[in-house]
Write a protein that binds this ligand. Structure first.
Ligand code: UDX
Length: 437
């Protein structure tokens, strides 16, 4: 089977590579020549464990190709995936200009039946616009070529993308014709041997599932952050509460970890977009608005604790930050708590020194010299008046506390991801604060 994937961003590159790994002949297309050239030279533009090796191998073995030219491959492919970006526009709606441009390009260049499948997260109703865009181009050309559209949202998590793609909890496919259903079944059949569920739905439902899933997960996090803040006030311990409620199988124990806010490319964007979709349809998503508000406040929670600790006087304090990425195993800093934190600290007159195992370059690209960059985690805490843990990278879990304490000016530790034992930290001599107790 031959397929094309337009957009070599996170989702496009991971999906294309994983399909190639399953024996499909995949052409990845991107308008960005630099990116394609880099991929052809074996340079992978994103950090994702295991991806480089898989890209290089499949490319070498002839199943994974990279090009900037969509026209040449359209005659040979059965399915075209669209995995281009849908950045939020000014009002928070998903901007569909790239998605519709792919549809028009396909319409201008296709000469045989194909299915155009949307993998990008797009608002309900987008498939209709895509279909119309293709049809308009075919009409302009004066040709009549049958085609289908489908929706196949992607649920992979950064840092675990390959595993998530290869053995997902489920694959959701929205179709409106038997032929498209057959084609998609054929494509996913080798992977179905991994026993995951394929759920076929109509197209609007598939589009909605992605937003509803991400919004539900974001809701769980904001809910737990609210509960954690209340636990602090009433003298309860959120870790115990989390275990207690997670043992109810209706609730489940995953995704209940309070912290210093969620970030990333999906939750913030999708929550905003769903609120907008609702508004456009005359509906007010009250719960999701609160989810967003709680998250904004939570991103500043460590600053609030620090401010209280130093009795509103942070001027000239040296603050160390461990972790810049929005979560471990990625260099992604989109909507990361670290950015909010750095801004608040520098505005309050602090000197900030940061360390992250992977995201230092990304941070330099974003904020340049606004902070000092440490060479390792111990260098970050040199003479620091407080250490803030923002991202729970494995290497931060068990540092040599003796060294850290000696290196710091004041042994103050604020743990934004609840990864340390309160008792142990106190015994070592830290003034230790965390979330929810
Ligand atoms: C998410 C969805 O999980 C995935 O299905 C979808 O395809 C894209 O969005 P991702 O953004 O890669 O994936 O990261 P995820 O691991 O879900 O974490 C998102 C954020 O939530 C992180 O900032 C993380 O720290 C935070 N989080 C997660 C919590 O604060 N508490 C939790 O219990 C879980």
């Amino acid at each position: 089977m031959n397929i094309a994937i337009v957009g070599t961003g996170y989702v496009g590159l991971v999906s294309g590579t994983c399909f190639a790994e399953m024996g499909v002949n995949v052409t990845c297309i991107d308008v960005n020549e630099e990116k394609i050239q880099a991929l052809l030279n074996g340079n992978i533009p994103i950090y994702e464990p295991g991806l480089d090796e898989m890209v290089l191998r499949n490319n070498k073995e002839g199943r994974l190709h990279f090009t900037t030219d969509i026209t040449t491959c359209l005659n040979d492919v059965d399915i075209v995936f669209s995995a281009v970006g849908t950045p939020p526009d000014e009002d928070g709606s998903a901007d569909l200009k790239y998605v519709l441009e792919v549809a028009r390009t396909v319409g201008r260049n296709m000469n045989k039946y194909l299915v155009l499948v949307t993998k990008s997260t797009v608002p309900v109703g987008t498939a209709k616009k895509i279909k119309q865009a293709i049809q308009d181009e075919l009409d302009k050309r004066g040709v009549s070529i049958p085609f289908d559209v489908a929706s196949n949202p992607e649920f992979l998590k950064e840092g675990a993308a390959i595993k998530d793609f290869m053995s997902p909890d489920r694959v959701v496919i929205g179709v409106e014709s038997e032929k498209a259903k057959e084609m998609m079944t054929r494509l996913y059949r080798p992977m179905m041997l991994n026993n995951f569920r394929v759920i076929f739905t109509d197209i609007p439902s598939a589009e909605m599932i992605k937003y509803a899933a991400n919004s539900m997960l974001a809701t769980r996090i904001s809910f737990m952050n609210d509960i954690a803040n209340l636990c602090e006030l009433v003298g309860a311990d959120v870790n115990m509460v989390r275990k207690g409620i997670g043992a109810d199988t209706r609730i489940g124990n995953k995704f209940l970890y309070p912290g210093c806010g969620y970030g990333g490319s999906c939750f913030p964007k999708d929550v905003k977009a769903l609120i907008k979709t609702a508004e456009k349809n005359g509906y007010n998503m009250k719960v999701l608005k609160a989810v967003e508000e709680v998250n904004e406040t939570q991103k500043g929670i460590l600053f609030k604790k620090l401010l209280e600790y130093y009795q509103n006087d942070l001027k000239g304090k040296k603050i160390a930050i461990w972790g810049l990425a929005f979560k471990p195993e990625t260099d992604d800093m989109r909507e990361a708590t670290s950015l909010v934190m750095i801004q608040k600290l520098t505005e309050a007159g602090c000197k900030v020194k940061v360390y992250d195992p992977i995201a230092i370059n990304e941070c330099k690209r974003r904020i340049g010299n606004a902070v000092e960059y440490a060479t390792d985690m111990y260098d970050a805490v040199l003479n620091a008046d407080a250490l803030l843990l923002l991202t729970e990278w494995k290497q931060f879990r068990m540092p040599s506390w003796g060294v850290v304490k000696k290196t710091m000016n004041q042994a103050v530790l604020i743990d934004g991801r609840n990864i340390y034992e309160e008792q142990e930290m106190k015994e070592i001599g830290f003034d230790y604060m965390c979330i929810g107790k």
